[in-house]
Design a protein around this ligand. Structure first.
Ligand code: FPP
Length: 240
């Protein structure tokens, strides 16, 4: 008897991930936390590549939050070094990978060298058509909303806008995510079930998938599983 054909569903257009669990992964192995972040950076490479193969158009990752500055100076500088190294390599491999880079967050607090690398990665990858990666760096969802509110208030002060002109569509244009569709799927590995100031505006209709795997161990199969879970849920946007 012929086996029933497995339906191949398209992946979500936009996937967002909280890359959590690096510290616990390292602790379990008796390694410094920075080793966990280094392993996490490798996982990011694998997952970004898998997204590209699946045809995901946008991948947004929480790489460093506005709260992460509270960590030890050693850990913060370790993460910054990893990001710098990653971007340097991404610039070298750009023609091979065809990934388009964007950065969401207040980059002004990063070192001038890292800011330069972000700018170079963004401008030199602008023409690529494969997956578009958003690195959330010194990103906080509330901070993003405050920035947008300030910019709009300034427009009103200058008389360019009236308060009544401000609606959801206009507000969205003042967020880092302007012109990017909201993520259909937000994944948080590591067993924590919080959103931790990640994309509060953009995720109001997202499906959240929380998984019991630490980020450095997160595999392409785990991503496939999260996508399958997303497809199993019905998405009605408040309708019947
Ligand atoms: C959360 O795990 C992870 C971070 C705060 C940093 C994420 C950074 C990376 C994956 C490395 C840089 C990324 C790239 C793509 C080059 P945690 O430290 O909070 O883990 P824990 O909850 O187990 O302590």
């Amino acid at each position: 008897m012929a086996s029933p054909k497995k339906e191949i569903l398209p992946p979500p257009r936009h996937i967002a991930i909280i890359m959590d669990g690096n510290g616990r992964w390292a602790k379990k192995r008796g390694l410094p936390r920075t080793a966990g972040h280094a392993a996490g950076a490798e996982t990011f490479r694998r997952i970004a590549n898998h997204c590209r193969k699946l045809g995901v158009q946008y991948l947004t990752v929480y790489a460093f939050s506005t709260e992460n500055w509270k960590r030890s100076q050693e850990e913060v500088s370790g993460i910054m070094k990893l990001l710098g190294r990653y971007l340097q390599e991404a610039l070298e491999d750009m023609e091979k990978n065809h990934v388009r880079f964007r950065f969401w967050g207040d980059l002004s607090k990063l070192s001038p060298e890292l800011q330069q690398l972000c700018l170079a990665a963004q401008s030199r990858s602008g023409g690529y058509q494969d997956v578009q990666v958003h690195f959330c760096l010194n990103y906080g969802g509330r901070d993003e909303i405050v920035h947008a509110a300030r910019a709009l208030a300034e427009q009103v002060r200058q008389g360019a806008l009236k308060p009544g002109d401000i609606d959801e569509a206009l507000f969205s244009q003042y967020l880092y995510s302007a012109n990017v569709p909201d993520p259909e799927l937000v994944i948080r590995p590591s067993g924590e079930m919080r959103t931790s100031n990640f994309l509060p505006w953009q995720s109001v209709y997202s499906e959240f998938v929380f998984m019991n795997v630490l980020w450095p161990d997160f595999s392409p199969q785990d991503l496939d599983e999260a996508i399958a879970e997303y497809h199993r849920r019905s998405r009605r946007f408040g309708g019947a």
